[in-house]
Write a protein that binds this ligand. Structure first.
Ligand code: G4P
Length: 538
């Protein structure tokens, strides 16, 4: 048993999030390099849409082709096993990215020092905050001129609602960037060459007031660093790991991923402070990683790229117990026992069949169409893990069948694509018409293409004026609720999980409904009860 607990404590499963181009891919790759998992830069293929590609749509297909390889990147560092879960960067993948955040125990947020807080970072961080996920901020591209460091820290606090604690501090920036003062380990590491390619040994200082610092980085830089450091000490609180783990404080590191700078500092601190696998809330109880019996959940489904083979790869995050090859596990939603003869574990950028996996790990299992995102697997216990919310899509269209002989294929195709989390399906209560909601408009083309090539079904779309999908929450027996349903009948639909959704046509309608029916709550996120998550925090 002790061996089992040690294995769990060794594991750190996290995701890197950022706005496209802030340096997520570069940082991930450098982490793998430091972990010795890859030998050269460029080994991890970029999973983002190439700039200037002929067609964004073809790029999405290309991306889908390589994304299995980069979905989970695992490596060993010091005595730890680190699992990095990929969070696709293109805006059209936002839905997928949100889902992956349910399987991480912490995240690293990458911010470009010149661009500051960008739109996608705001959205992703908001989800992490909602779930109290511990976050470390890495401010990247210090080799370039960027925003004033204190202004940027303010911006991060204001726009992202974070409460930061610098654990490293840059010495200069852009052309004057000399290195990093590593507050966490109390040392200084300098670039050795003008071109910023060579990194020196770290120099340990008991105190940055030590006058020898002047001789090393120059009197002016030393003075500035001391002044800035005094400011940091007076403005920001001392780092408290408990607060970080509760998602209340976010340590900040600086560096340049491209130049390998500040990455080792980040990684060393990460393994010191980041959480090992966390307990997870289910509908009946909290499940702890150290429990003997296996449980886990599906957070991602990847369809086979070969249209002739419909099987898919489902990614399961192990919450508790050992996952064993060829053991019978219960797919709770279906009450069905399934065993997996070839579960895959992931390393650097390859995968291989494994006999056992531990809590915190991700296993890839072949799926002939049984799974849905969010499904729970257990050793037999009936419980469902909570916490794979849906967010209101940004775009909505009616979907019509254009080949009456293929109605079954179309229904099956839509069903499976929705299981994968490609888009969301809403069925109108009134007439059963189907509406597809997506985060990015491009997804419509992808769906049409995949329906035709993988399921032999054809569809067309029709515009529909919907502003937001609002999940309805209230006392179904109350007169107010009934009246709301009567008046909004034409705009009510069911989502895939049969939850009632109000498809509002404008912000004004939402506002009016809220005023008129104060006890019928409208949420743009499907999972509106945070209560269960809060149990964990107590
Ligand atoms: P992403 O995954 O967040 O989308 O970003 P990615 O790592 O692909 O980095 C985006 C661009 O920023 C890349 O340049 C990358 O080389 C550059 N970059 C990353 N880290 C740093 C850094 O520390 N300093 C500087 N100056 N640049 C950095 P690109 O020209 O778009 O792509 P590429 O041709 O270099 O691959």
């Amino acid at each position: 048993m002790t061996g089992f607990i040690q294995e769990i404590e060794k594991r750190k499963t996290f995701g890197v999030i950022s706005h496209p181009d802030a340096g997520k891919t570069t940082l991930t790759e450098k982490l793998l390099l430091f972990g010795g998992a890859i030998q050269e830069a460029g080994a991890v293929k970029s999973n983002k849409i190439k700039k200037g590609a002929a067609s964004d749509f073809m790029e999405i297909e290309r991306q889908r082709g390589i994304s299995v390889a980069t979905s989970v990147l695992a490596f060993h560092y010091k005595d730890y096993k680190i699992n990095i879960l990929d969070t696709p960067g293109h805006k059209d993948f936002a839905e997928d990215t949100f889902r992956t955040l349910t399987a991480v125990d912490s995240v690293i947020v990458v911010i470009d020092v010149a661009k500051g807080v960008e739109e996608q970072t705001e959205k992703l961080v908001a989800v992490c905050r909602m779930r109290n996920i511990p976050m470390i901020v890495f401010i990247n591209k210090l080799d370039r001129e960027g925003k004033d460091v204190f202004d940027l820290l303010d911006e991060i606090e204001q726009k992202l609602g974070l409460s930061v604690v610098p654990l490293s501090f840059p010495i200069g920036m852009g052309a004057d960037f000399q290195g990093i003062y590593n507050i966490w380990e109390n040392n200084i590491r300098l670039f050795l060459e003008e071109k910023k390619q060579k990194i020196g040994e770290s120099i340990t200082f008991e105190d940055i007031r030590d006058s020898s610092l002047d001789g090393i980085i120059g009197g002016k830089a030393a003075r500035t660093l001391r002044e800035e450091w005094e400011l940091v000490e007076s403005v920001y609180p001392k780092f408290d790991r408990e607060e970080y783990l509760r998602g209340k404080k976010q340590p900040v590191f600086f560096g340049s991923a491209l130049n390998n700078f500040g990455v080792r500092e980040l990684l060393n601190a990460f393994v010191d402070i980041a959480p090992s696998p966390q307990p997870k809330v289910s509908d009946v109880r909290i499940v702890y990683p150290t429990e003997e019996k296996f449980s886990g959940f599906v957070f991602k489904i990847h369809a086979n790229m070969d249209p002739k083979h419909r099987d898919r790869l489902a990614f399961v995050k192990i919450v508790s117990g050992l996952f064993k090859r060829n053991e019978n596990y219960l797919l709770v939603r279906e009450g069905k026992k399934i065993k997996f003869s070839a579960p895959n574990a992931f390393f650097a950028n390859k995968k291989e069949v494994v006999e056992v996996s531990y809590p915190g790990d991700i296993v890839g299992v072949h799926d002939a169409g049984n799974f849905r995102i969010g499904d729970t697997l257990t050793s037999g216990e009936i419980l469902n893990f909570k916490g794979i919310p849906s967010f209101s899509p940004e775009h909505f269209r009616y979907i019509n069948n254009s080949d009456p002989l293929k109605a079954k294929q179309l229904a099956k195709g839509i069903d499976q694509l929705m299981d994968e989390g490609v888009a969301q399906l809403f069925t109108l209560e009134m007439n059963n018409r189907k509406i597809i909601g997506t985060v990015g408009a491009l997804q419509y083309e992808v769906i049409q293409y995949r329906l035709e090539h993988e399921y032999g079904a054809r569809c067309t779309y029709e515009p529909v004026a919907i502003y937001k999908a609002c999940w309805v929450d209230g006392d179904e027996k109350s007169d107010e609720y009934k009246e709301f349903c009567r008046l909004k009948q034409r705009f009510l639909a069911r989502d895939k999980y049969n939850q009632l959704v109000f498809l509002a046509d404008s912000a004004f309608t939402v506002q009016m409904s809220k005023e008129k029916f104060p006890n019928v709550k409208l949420h743009t996120i499907s999972e509106f009860s945070n209560a269960s998550e809060q149990i964990l925090m107590k």
